[in-house]
Design a protein around this ligand. Structure first.
Ligand code: CP3
Length: 350
């Protein structure tokens, strides 16, 4: 972390436990298809993975939402599925259909992947971070990320997205030892990938567990939280200045509070269905909270948008709070609605 630059930012101040009248703002998936300038540059790449691995283009789309909206943080443009790609399980994206990998249907399939990540394959990501770092305003933080081992494993096993992650859940019940082996590989790979992003210049890392919510309690503990905590503690030990955000989508208030109580975790993300008021009272006061606004409400632009921004801000007043959506911004979201959100947050904080 370069001193001065990071110390000045509102986003990093909140992650260090400060409370601000106007919460800092960024949006999950803020670099993406709702922006015409993204779609224009995306059209110049033959496919999504090539786009992720093109440092000038990845750096440019990372900066686009910062130029347009002045968000308090940028998130490096990449994807959580570069980790399986660098483990030797190639990933491709079918236009409009999502990711495709050759499924790991049986324990024997694990022999097709490496037991250690090939970081050299991800060097374009670290080069993109270096470029962004040099171009960002001094008070804008840079976020790196990875998927949590459970969420990444669901795609590696099913070979695609599924509504309920049944293939990965079945694999874990039938073959707990082989599944543990996969999770262990992903824990080590995530630590290496996040460390490389930090060395390249990110100030904060976010661990996305988009599919935590499909797991029953004992499995959530074992396959989602325990690996996230191993990653967070290793990163804290290796890079004590780096802030760590965990986003376990779909978990209960009690489970949110449990993760927030982990010393190495500085902030926990709240999904759209989270009970913000209950989280405000039961989550450790030193842990920042982020998220909750429904991406569909932002898309709709209903007058309820302003009311809901107030509901969330009020519930989290007096504690470290980062304004965000409860999941990624949706491609049809009008830019004018993002501008309305920003204007309303500014009014509330003034
Ligand atoms: O702006 C940012 O937030 C940074 C970039 C980012 C992307 N994916 C770019 C992307 C981030 C942080 C992600 C995380 C990610 N990727 C998650 C976790 C968060 C979540 O949304 O739950 C997951 C599960 C993935 C896997 C993934 N990538 C899927 C399932 C898909 C297809 C669905 C879709 O949204 O299209 C992607 C593709 C993807 N990743 C796109 C973008 C901008 C769209 C593809 C394109 O533009 O061609």
């Amino acid at each position: 972390m370069k001193s001065g630059r990071a110390a000045a930012g509102r986003f990093l101040r909140v992650l260090s436990g400060e409370t601000l009248a106007r919460p800092p703002l960024w949006l999950m998936r803020q670099a993406g298809r709702y922006l015409p300038e993204y779609r224009e540059l995306r059209a110049t790449a033959p496919n999504f993975m090539t786009f992720c691995y093109d440092p000038p283009k990845a750096a440019e789309v990372t900066l686009q939402p910062i130029r347009r909206f002045g968000f308090d943080a940028a998130i490096i443009f990449c994807d959580i599925l570069v980790v399986p790609d660098a483990l030797g399980q190639p990933v491709s994206f079918e236009t409009g259909e999502g990711p495709r990998l050759e499924p790991i249907a049986e324990p024997a399939g694990l022999s097709r992947i490496r037991d250690k990540i090939d970081l050299s394959r991800l060097s374009p990501v670290y080069e993109a971070i270096d470029r962004v770092k040099g171009a960002l305003p001094a008070d804008t933080a840079l976020i790196g990320f990875c998927g949590a081992p459970w969420t990444v494993a669901t795609y590696m096993i099913a070979g695609r997205g599924t509504p309920d992650q049944a293939p990965a859940r079945l694999f874990a019940y039938r073959h707990p030892e082989a599944f543990q082996q996969l999770i262990d590989i992903l824990v080590d790979s995530s630590i290496e990938h996040l460390s490389a992003q930090i060395k390249a210049g990110v100030d904060v890392v976010q661990i996305f567990d988009s599919w935590a919510g499909v797991l029953p309690e004992p499995e959530l503990e074992k396959w989602s939280f325990a690996p996230i905590v191993r990653i967070a503690e290793a990163i804290r030990a290796l890079h004590p200045a780096t802030k760590i955000i965990a986003f376990p989508r779909g978990v209960s208030t009690r489970q949110t509070a449990q993760l927030a109580a982990v010393g190495a975790i500085d902030c926990v993300g709240l999904d759209t269905a989270a009970d913000v008021s209950a989280c405000a009272t039961s989550v450790d006061a030193n842990c920042a909270l982020q998220g909750n606004l429904d991406p569909l409400l932002l898309l709709s632009g209903s007058t309820a948008l302003e009311t809901d921004v107030e509901r969330i801000t009020k519930a989290l007043r007096g504690r470290p709070h980062i304004f965000n959506l409860g999941h990624g911004i949706l491609p049809p979201t009008p830019i004018a609605h993002v501008e309305r959100l920003i204007a309303h947050l500014d009014r509330l904080g003034s």
